[in-house]
Design a protein around this ligand. Structure first.
Ligand SMILES: Cc1cc2nc3c(=O)[nH]c(=O)nc-3n(C[C@H](O)[C@H](O)[C@H](O)COP(=O)(O)OP(=O)(O)OC[C@H]3O[C@@H](n4cnc5c(N)ncnc54)[C@H](O)[C@@H]3O)c2cc1C
Length: 402
């Protein structure tokens, strides 16, 4: 296992738990005021002792603590995101939509790909249609490279689907079907993921923690256990990219010894991964865009041809799932996703995943987020919240601490 460079605290816990070290630590006298206790062996070499790590705080998982239930659709395309230029009535339309369950994670890299097409037109004024994760990051990067940008959108963050995402680093989540993972696609995906990952590291340590790193615990029932059916039956076989192409970016997982964690599961592993606190992050992006002189116009487009009536002659189309209706593009498939947030809880700064129980929990600053996936999510554009689904997910979470 590699060390865990992103989180010294988790590294310390791993040190104590590894190779029976936790038993050793328990047997040691505790540190008092930072001084080692006296020893009869005056000549003994000074040794470093670590205090017991604080135990994990159990999540208070009950339905009455649900403060929000959100639903949105992932804009999935089997071919992967559409990032290409099209000429239309004297305008260049740079399409940039269809980022599946990975739009936030790939946003900065996707913006770079779209901007490379924008630069070929040589314009100094750019229109971006859409004010979600993709539109806003593309607009910001364009501004940083000297362009004057106007966003046109029906809705803007935080009233767009992007605001209701889970908020984790998931660059390969429902990004393409396996049969479309050509070498060219994989190269572009890897470029987008690495560019984005490095951008996120420049957003750490900011007020409100728009982006942070957190420990995640992966629970399983041991060898041979199977995932609960969370919808895979109806879904295509997705391109498996992250483990193969990005293995070096995030820390390895560490197996925890029984008794060293509070979870009712046969096997527990820990790693660390980026979390996006979407409300704080969206505000930051909007504020940066406006500060750099950007303007936003509320407008709904009813047909593709309307994009070519804008005063800017180069237009980035970042309409997400909206592209399906706008361009009559049936390649954009909705994948429904529902999340609930529990009252934020002091000390709960870790996430967990338990495939067998269809559980995924993220320690967001605006509440402990609990996903509720369903076998019927794929192809489902219904965004009506189903409270019973989230209550069932919260009940499964409670069992993990039983
Ligand atoms: C439940 C769930 C969890 C997710 N979790 C994660 C995650 O943890 N990590 C991650 O990276 N990704 C995640 N995603 C995926 C991510 O949210 C999407 O890929 C991303 O939001 C797509 O962003 P977008 O800007 O393309 O689209 P949107 O956010 O939908 O924005 C589209 C914009 O276009 C505008 N628009 C659309 N049509 C029109 C029109 N006709 N006229 C004018 N304006 C229009 C809208 O008003 C809006 O401003 C998740 C998605 C879901 C559903």
């Amino acid at each position: 296992m590699r060390s865990d460079p992103a989180d010294p605290a988790s590294g310390r816990r791993r040190f104590l738990h590894a190779a029976g070290a936790s038993a050793l630590a328990l047997a040691m006298p505790p540190l008092l005021g930072g001084c080692a206790t006296t020893t009869t062996r005056a000549a003994a070499a000074p040794s470093i002792r670590f205090a017991q790590p604080a135990p994990l705080v159990a999540i208070r998982a009950s339905a009455d603590r649900i403060i929000a239930i959100d639903v949105c659709t992932r804009p999935f395309r089997a071919q992967g995101p559409r990032i290409e230029a099209e000429r239309m009535d004297g305008h260049t339309i740079v399409h940039c939509y269809g980022h599946g369950g990975a739009g936030w994670s790939l946003s900065w890299g996707s913006a770079e790909e779209a901007l490379a097409l924008v630069r070929e037109t040589g314009v100094t004024e750019l229109a971006v249609v859409g004010c979600g994760a993709i539109g806003l990051t593309t607009a910001l990067l364009a501004q940083r490279s000297g362009l004057q940008v106007r966003i046109y959108a029906r809705d803007r963050l935080p009233q767009v689907p992007s605001a209701f995402a889970t908020g984790v680093w998931s660059p390969a989540s429902r990004i393409a079907a396996a049969e479309h993972a050509t070498p060219a696609f994989e190269a572009q995906w890897e470029r987008m993921a690495r560019t984005s990952f490095h951008s996120f590291q420049t957003l750490l340590g900011l007020p409100g923690e728009p982006v942070g790193w957190h420990d995640f615990y992966w629970l399983s029932d041991g060898p041979g256990s199977r995932r609960a059916n969370a919808g895979e039956d109806r879904e295509p076989r997705y391109a498996m990219l992250e483990g193969r192409l990005l293995d070096d970016l995030t820390p390895d997982t560490t197996r925890l010894s029984p008794g060293s964690h509070p979870f009712a599961a046969a096997s527990v592993r820990r790693t660390s991964q980026p979390v996006f606190n979407l409300h704080a992050y969206a505000r930051l992006l909007l504020a940066d865009f406006l500060q750099l002189g950007g303007t936003i116009e509320t407008r709904t487009f009813h047909a593709a041809r309307e994009l070519a009536t804008l005063r800017e002659t180069t237009v980035v189309n970042a309409t997400g799932y909206g592209a399906r209706a706008l361009l009559d593009d049936a390649s954009v498939v909705p994948v429904r996703g529902q999340t609930a947030r529990l009252v934020p809880q002091a000390g709960v700064d870790y996430g967990l995943g338990y495939g067998r129980r269809n559980l995924f929990v993220v320690p967001r600053a605006d509440g402990i987020l609990v996903q509720a996936q369903q076998p019927t999510d794929y192809g489902n554009a219904d965004t009506t919240p189903d409270r019973a689904l989230s209550e069932a997910a919260v009940a499964r979470l409670a069992e993990v601490f039983a």
